[in-house]
Each structure stands twice: as structure tokens, then as C-alpha cells.
Design a protein around this ligand. Structure first.
Ligand SMILES: Cc1cc2nc3c(=O)[nH]c(=O)nc-3n(C[C@H](O)[C@H](O)[C@H](O)COP(=O)(O)OP(=O)(O)OC[C@H]3O[C@@H](n4cnc5c(N)ncnc54)[C@H](O)[C@@H]3O)c2cc1C
Length: 406
């Protein structure tokens, strides 16, 4: 008889895990997925495209209903898992339902941070995480509401761009002196800023939000230097926190995320975690690719292939930010002792920086032209010596490989 395997969370990591399991351990488990979002798992990354009006909301489902049905997966959507009884191997779901498991996987993702500021509870303060948030943001845009987006990382930029494109006047305020400081060096960030401004977003840097103004609903935002920006709505895009409450209540080891080992097992036998809620070797990843790598390993492990271990991911950012292609990987700043090669063409909106150290490519930043991004990423991961292609590496794969052959 199939063992009951229960997954909490109907997000991207859960969907990929079921996909991997269906290939490697078909029939071994009877899988149930409990998710609090009231729809089939969807590609969260594409919420930005939905907001920008480039994709329809129903087109971002990861798999159609028939796919889940054909694999015999029980879906309980729009339902919150409320408690894990570790000893009895039982999961409680809201409305007093219980479900037994032989293996439990936590794939509960993250929640957006709401800054603890005066006025943060006013009507009109929102976040950007799920499809309900997107519906709300689109309503703001349709009604031409003035919006302040707090946070100049990936999510803030995506929210600002989508809102501006949909017709809302948008100001993006960012605490730091440059956008996406965790992925970009100063030159790349400055180019990105001007490209984003060209798309109609007003960007304020070194801008610390101290207060949201208004009595019942948002009327504006006050910055630390005293400036006030009039607004009808505020979107917090100032970071995420792993969803650990369920695991914490159950007494599992928690740090920032749910602590897992190289087999993605939590501190309790038979309970695993992956995706944004998991913390592996001190790192909580906030991106899809590590979640997918973890799903591959966990599926192999659950399929009984004891050799499968997760060693961590080389994090790369390869995406369109506000309609601008951006890639960043590895040591993009250039640590002491490294050398950098830079090509910058601000007028054309392209910037390219490669970081070399010890004879290897160790980091890269690309803005505008990202055609060779994956090739650079492979080089960073594989640690192939750069010496044979050093002269042409900057000009991309085709030229570099032909110069090597010549
Ligand atoms: C707008 C946006 C754009 C993004 N763009 C990119 C990008 O370009 N590239 C990239 O790599 N990453 C991007 N990300 C991040 C990416 O979406 C996440 O890394 C990915 O979704 C993580 O998958 P996950 O399954 O761990 O979490 P999630 O996809 O968040 O899924 C977790 C699910 O669990 C549910 N859940 C939580 N607790 C419970 C409970 N107790 N009971 C039942 N259900 C529960 C949650 O509601 C959620 O549905 C973006 C994120 C957003 C919001």
C-alpha cells in the first residue's frame, strides 16, 4: 500500500517536488497537498507579468487540474494547516480535520515583511506576494491611485514597474544609495535606475520611510529628512521572512528558517522542508532555482536513493526587472585580490562586468544584454580556468570559444 506523504504549501517548491516524485517514486506514496491559497499552484515569479498586464492570471498555473488528478494527488486548497503532532505523525487542518502522514514536507514559503512604522496598519498599506495582492494592486492602478513603493530590491522594482505600466503614478523609495544592492554594483544600479525612471517610475534613494500619514487610510509617506510624499496607497516590498510558525509550534529546530540537513530533513525524523521556508547551512534562499534543486534532491531521497544530498546553490539573479534584463552571480562586487573587466555603454543601456580571481571567473553582472548569462554562470560553477579564453571572454561565448580554437 502507498505511504501517506503530506505536503504543506501549494507553491512552487511543492509543485516541483510532486513532479519529481511522480517520475522517481511513482506509486510509492499517496500524496496530499494542503495549501492556503485558494487556487492551483501557480508560477509566483509571473505575478509581475500579470501586474504589468503582460500575462493573464489563469495562464500562470504550473500544472492543469488534470495533471494533479492523473497523478492521484489529493488537493486541499484554500485550507490552512494549523498544527503538526510530531509523535502521532498527524497534521491538523483548519475546521478540525486531521490527516495522518508517514512523511511530511513543509513547503510554506515566506511572507512579506511589514515594516513596523507608525501608520503601517492604515487602510491602503499592502504587500506584493500572491495573486490576491495583484488583484488589489491592479485595482489601484485602474483607479489611478498614487502609490509609494517602499523597497528598491527585485520585488519593489517589479511592483513599481507593473503599477506604473498599468497607469498609477508611482514613487519608489529605497533606504540604500542604490537599487538592488544585493545583486548589483554601483554602476549597474545607476544604469538600472535611469532605465526604470524612463519607464515612468520616480525613484528616491537614501530615503528612509519613518511614518505613513493618514487617519483611517493612507494619505502620504514621511521620510527621515522631513520630506512628505502624497499617496493613496503604500506597498511594502522591504523583504521577506520564512513561514516557520507551524514548524516552530511543533518544536522543530528553527533559526531564521526551518533548519534542514543535506537531505532536507528537519530536526524531526520523517519531516522535511524545502523552498523559501527552509534554512540550509545557515542560508534561506529567496529564489526559485534553489527550491527546484532542493526538490530534486528530496524526491531522490524519498524515492529511497540514499546517496542524494543537497550541497547548497550558487545563487544567480537572471531576470527582467521592470522590463530590463538583469543578471548577477557570484562575487559581483569583486573581493580584494580579484580583477574586474568592465564594458559600459550607458546610451544603449548595456553594462557588463566580469570578476576574475585565482584564474577563474568568480562573478558577473550584466544589464541589457544577457545573452551569455548562463554561459558565465556555468563558468562560475564549474571553475574552468579562464586563461585559454581570457582575451575574448568579455565578448561572449561565440567569440571566446572561436578564439580558443584559433
Ligand atoms: C512578485 C514576485 C516575483 C518574483 N520573481 C522572482 C524571480 O524573478 N526569480 C526568482 O528566482 N524568484 C522570484 N520570486 C521568488 C519566488 O517566487 C519564490 O522563491 C518561490 O515562489 C518560492 O517557492 P516556495 O514554494 O518555497 O514558496 P511559495 O511559492 O510562497 O509557496 C508557499 C505556499 O505555502 C502556503 N502556506 C504557507 N503556510 C501554510 C499553511 N500553514 N497551510 C497551508 N498553506 C500554507 C503559502 O500561502 C504559499 O501558497 C518572486 C516572488 C514574487 C512574490
Amino acid at each position: 500500500m502507498s505511504e501517506p506523504l503530506v505536503i504543506v504549501g501549494n507553491g512552487m517548491a511543492a509543485a516541483r517536488l510532486v513532479d519529481e516524485l511522480a517520475r522517481s517514486a511513482l506509486g510509492r506514496y499517496a500524496v496530499a497537498v494542503i495549501g492556503d491559497e485558494p487556487r492551483l499552484a501557480y508560477n509566483r515569479v509571473l505575478l509581475s507579468s500579470v501586474l504589468a498586464g503582460e500575462t493573464a492570471s489563469h495562464d500562470i498555473e504550473l500544472k492543469p487540474a488534470a495533471w494533479w488528478r492523473d497523478r492521484g494527488v489529493t488537493l486541499k486548497y484554500g485550507r490552512v494547516a494549523t498544527e503538526i503532532d510530531v509523535g502521532r505523525h498527524e497534521l491538523r487542518i483548519e475546521n478540525d480535520e486531521s490527516i495522518e502522514f508517514s512523511k511530511l514536507v513543509l513547503a510554506t514559503g515566506s511572507r512579506p515583511l511589514r515594516l513596523n512604522l507608525p501608520g503601517a496598519g492604515l487602510l491602503g498599506v499592502n504587500t506584493f506576494r500572491d495573486s490576491r495582492d495583484v488583484d488589489l494592486l491592479l485595482t489601484l492602478a485602474v483607479n489611478r491611485k498614487r502609490v509609494v513603493v517602499v523597497g528598491g530590491g527585485l520585488l519593489g522594482l517589479e511592483a513599481a514597474y507593473g503599477l506604473a505600466k498599468a497607469g498609477a503614478p508611482v514613487t519608489l523609495v529605497h533606504l540604500m544609495d542604490r537599487l538592488m544592492e544585493r545583486q548589483l554594483d554601483a554602476a549597474a544600479a545607476s544604469l538600472l535606475k535611469s532605465l526604470v525612471e524612463r519607464k515612468g517610475v520616480r525613484v528616491l534613494l537614501n530615503a528612509s520611510t519613518t511614518r505613513i500619514l493618514g487617519k483611517i487610510k493612507v494619505e502620504g509617506v514621511e521620510l527621515a529628512d522631513g520630506r512628505q510624499i502624497e499617496a493613496d496607497a503604500v506597498i511594502f516590498a522591504a523583504g521577506i521572512r520564512p513561514n516557520v510558525a507551524l514548524a516552530k509550534e511543533a518544536g522543530l529546530a528553527i533559526n531564521r528558517g526551518i533548519v534542514v540537513d543535506d537531505r532536507l530533513q528537519t530536526s524531526a525524523e520523517d519531516i522535511f522542508a524545502l523552498g523559501e521556508c527552509a534554512e540550509h547551512r545557515g542560508i534561506c534562499y529567496g529564489l526559485v532555482e534553489p527550491a527546484y534543486e532542493q526538490a530534486r534532491v528530496l524526491a531522490r531521497h524519498l524515492a529511497g536513493r540514499g546517496d542524494a544530498t543537497y550541497q547548497g546553490s550558487v545563487v544567480a539573479t537572471n531576470l527582467k526587472v521592470s522590463g530590463v534584463s538583469v543578471f548577477s552571480a557570484g562575487d559581483f562586487l569583486g573581493a580584494d585580490g580579484s580583477e574586474t573587466i568592465v564594458l559600459s555603454d550607458v546610451k544603449r543601456g548595456t553594462y557588463k562586468k566580469l570578476v576574475l580571481a585565482g584564474g577563474y571567473l568568480t562573478g558577473a553582472v550584466l544589464i541589457g544584454d544577457v545573452a551569455d548569462a548562463l554561459w558565465y554562470l556555468d563558468m562560475i560553477k564549474s571553475r574552468d580556468p579562464v586563461a585559454p579564453i581570457r582575451r575574448a571572454i568579455m565578448f561572449g561565448r561565440a567569440l571566446a570559444l572561436s578564439s580558443k580554437a584559433a
